[in-house]
Design a protein around this ligand. Structure first.
Ligand code: HEM
Length: 151
């Protein structure tokens, strides 16, 4: 007996979940980029990168947890449509790379507060999370055979 996914029985469930997904990425990626802009020498200049990272640590973590849960629930609405979707696979590759980079190289660089240091690390971080976002947006525009059918 196949169990019906409650997400597929209500028209509102998916868009409401996507709202949480977007809020989660604004908080998670938004706070990571605040620190990256500080490393690049603009934005919140009254605080050091390490102080800014300390102040935003739980916001970033909370946002990423919200992304993971809302993302897994969105995924559960049609797993076979997503894991065969190159944009989704591409996004997951950069999501995992972004998480590892953020809590290793990025964290060590930020904590060192080296003057003028960290510009390359900030650019890599901004690039990685941009690719996650692009992957997320293109999920809806690409199907598993990669032919673009919306444009
Ligand atoms: C910080 C990490 C993440 C970011 C920045 C992100 C970003 C996005 C964006 C921008 C969209 C498109 C929303 C739209 O077109 O309305 C999206 C959709 C989606 N994301 Fe994520 N996402 C993240 C993590 C995840 C994770 C971890 C999963 C699954 C395990 C996931 C699964 C999905 C799914 C299934 C969709 C719906 C695609 C659709 O059918 O339109 N996301 N995400």
């Amino acid at each position: 007996m196949l169990i019906e996914n409650p997400l597929n029985s209500s028209e509102l469930a998916f868009p409401i979940l996507e709202c949480f997904h977007i809020v989660g990425f604004a908080i998670s990626v938004g706070t990571i980029w605040l620190v990256d802009f500080r490393l690049l020498g603009f934005g919140m200049l009254r605080e050091s990168p390490s102080q800014l990272a300390k102040d935003t640590f739980f916001w970033t973590l909370g946002g990423l947890i919200l992304m993971l849960f809302s993302g897994l629930m969105l995924f559960s609405s049609g797993p076979e449509d997503y894991y065969l979707n190159y944009a989704f696979d591409f996004k997951m590759l950069f999501f995992v790379s972004g998480i590892i980079f953020n809590y290793t190289v990025h964290r060590r660089t930020v904590q060192s507060d080296a003057p003028g240091g960290g510009k390359l690390v900030a650019c890599i971080s901004i690039g990685l999370w941009s690719l996650v976002i692009f992957g997320g947006i293109f999920i809806g525009f690409l199907n598993s055979t990669l032919d673009i059918h919306h444009i």
